[in-house]
Ligand binder design. Structure first.
Ligand code: C2O
Ligand code: CU
Length: 539
């Protein structure tokens, strides 16, 4: 196995990803940052130099379990102190499974500012994957706002709240196209800036392509379509899927998929790549790129209009895709049949001291000053709330379809302590928001583990009954999963990775507003913590 050393300088740069000039956080001057390529079993070393001048940072390796290195998960407040401006921090971890993963800032809302990129881990030499293709390409999706993340963060914590609103653009591999005629007098928008020329995916007629699709979106759920070409889903979050064919793919923030498609259509023209917002009422134009059949000119526009995807409010459509995703039959790793602990987590929008927050069983998450991993390892009991976080909610009387009668929640730093090696079920229950007849979709992401996706349901999960619907036969394993509007999602995992791990909604502003929890397990087995993660709070 190899060691891959990367030296990254993190800085603000003026960028025009959608033709509008804006300050973005870059890695070595780029957003998205460079893709990390490695092979299963390799070690990745990333030397991060924080040149943001006035901001801290931390970088999370999303989907990499950090077995034996829980201190390099990159989650500020959970596994490390922030990297101060001018400081250099070295991450060093093993990539133990092949697949498609992400990296992104895990400090404040910096992911939205542009600090994100892809990690591709190849199978070892001589190992075959359960599908074949001629070329491997990637598609990185994001949503983009013109105001700064500082302005967004301030708005979210203001009374009354200033909501971030719908994004101005959808970026495909860091490229979008805002209509410059809509820009304001003090804005710099240049429709001919090469930075915002559309992304072109060039294909050779007759060849089969593996597309690794990843979403870093801060808010939006996306539907990705290649005009006229079906997609066969073969990988999700680093796990091989039982292949299934879709006309278009719905992808939530924090998810990755590999799909196969063959360039077998009329080669005399180009086709659209289209990214439409679903689940929220779209306020953003469709994101487009060009599928360029050799030897048409790459800039030649397709003679049609871009596909508009499924209706944005068709929840069943998205629910059905979620349910269609199963483990590849040759790679089924069935979940343990017996469960040691079950958590039922109600997701609600609340108010705390007049501020809008998101809560889990009425507790809104707050990051402590001393990172949990350090506090737990050193036994600093005053560093966070020692009362256990709530296991369930009053599911018998709670009506998930109406506004909460008492919207007030509490803010806490409490966590869930899991017995090492125990099997844990988590059912995430969605509900109405503070406005009538609204419920968001929440993509939940677990650090440090993959989980089995046991099932999805519409309406209220009834403990003692709905477990019967769980798929214990061939569930896919993932690290991020959607909780649909007014629905529930059930997952199972083994608490077998010593450390402290965030589990949260991957919508940047939701996590910022408290939509997360922390699991800790086997902390006595965690090795000696590197001093580089310390230096804040009581550490
Ligand atoms: Cu990709 Cu905790 O996040
Ligand atoms: Cu959310």
């Amino acid at each position: 196995s190899k060691v891959h050393l990367h030296k990254w300088d993190i800085s603000y740069q003026f960028k025009s990803p959608d033709c509008m000039k804006k300050l973005a956080i870059t890695v070595n001057g780029e957003t998205p940052g460079p893709t990390i390529y490695a092979q299963q079993g390799d070690t990745v070393v990333v030397q991060v130099n924080n040149s943001l001048v006035t901001e801290n940072t931390a970088i999370h390796w999303h989907g990499i379990r950090q077995i034996g290195t829980p201190w390099f998960d990159g989650t500020e407040g959970v596994t490390q102190c922030p990297i101060l401006p001018g400081d250099t921090f070295v991450y060093r971890f093993t990539v133990d499974r092949p697949g498609t993963y992400l990296y992104h800032a895990h400090y404040g809302m910096q992911r939205s500012a542009g600090l994100y990129g892809l990690i591709q881990v190849a199978v070892p030499d001589g190992v075959a994957e359960p599908f074949a293709y001629d070329y491997d390409r990637s598609i990185v999706l994001n949503d983009w706002w013109h105001n700064s993340t500082q302005e967004q963060a301030t708005g979210l914590t203001s009374i009354p709240i200033v909501w971030v609103g719908e994004p101005q653009s959808i970026l495909i591999n860091g490229r979008g196209s805002f209509n410059c005629s809509l820009s304001g007098p003090n804005q710099v928008c240049n429709a001919t800036n090469p930075e915002c020329s559309p992304f072109v995916l060039a294909v050779v007629p007759g060849k089969t392509y593996r597309l690794r699709i990843a979403s870093f979106s801060s808010l939006s759920a996306f539907n990705f379509e290649i005009e006229g070409h079906n997609l066969t889903v073969v990988e999700a979050d680093g796990h091989y899927a039982k292949p299934f064919v879709v006309e278009n793919l719905t992808i939530y923030s924090g998810e990755t998929y590999s799909v196969l498609f063959t360039a077998d259509r009329d080669p005399g023209r180009n086709y659209w790549l289209a990214v439409n917002v679903v689940s929220r009422k779209p306020g953003t134009p469709v994101g487009t790129g060009i599928l360029n059949y050799y030897s048409n000119h790459p800039r030649r526009l397709p003679p049609s209009s871009p596909p508009s995807g499924p209706p944005w409010n068709d929840t069943d459509y998205r629910f059905n895709q979620s349910k269609a995703l199963r483990s590849h039959p040759a790679y089924v790793h069935p979940p343990p049949p017996a469960v040691d602990r079950s958590l039922l987590l109600l997701n609600t929008q609340n108010k705390v001291e007049g501020r809008v927050r998101w809560s889990i069983n009425n507790v809104s998450f707050n990051m402590p000053h001393t990172p949990y991993l350090i506090a737990l390892k050193k036994g600093l009991r005053h560093a966070f709330d020692q009362a256990p976080a709530p296991e369930t909610y009053d599911y018998r009387s709670y009506d998930i379809y109406i506004n909460q009668t008492n919207p007030n929640a509490t803010i806490s730093t409490s966590i869930y302590r899991l017995e090492f090696n125990s099997t844990v079920d988590v059912v995430l229950q969605n509900a109405n928001m503070m406005n009538p007849n609204t419920s968001d979709t929440h993509p939940w992401h677990l650090h440090g583990h993959d989980f089995w996706v046991l099932g999805f349901g519409m309406g209220k999960f009834v403990p003692g009954t709905d477990e019967k619907e769980f798929n214990l036969v061939d569930p896919i394993m993932k690290n991020t999963v959607a909780v649909h509007q007014y629905g529930w999602t059930a997952i199972r995992f083994r608490a077998d990775n010593p450390g402290a791990w965030a589990f949260h909604c991957h919508i940047e502003s939701h996590f910022f507003m408290g939509m997360g929890v922390v699991f800790a397990e086997g902390v006595d087995r965690v090795g000696r913590l590197p001093t580089s993660i310390m230096g804040c709070g009581h550490s």
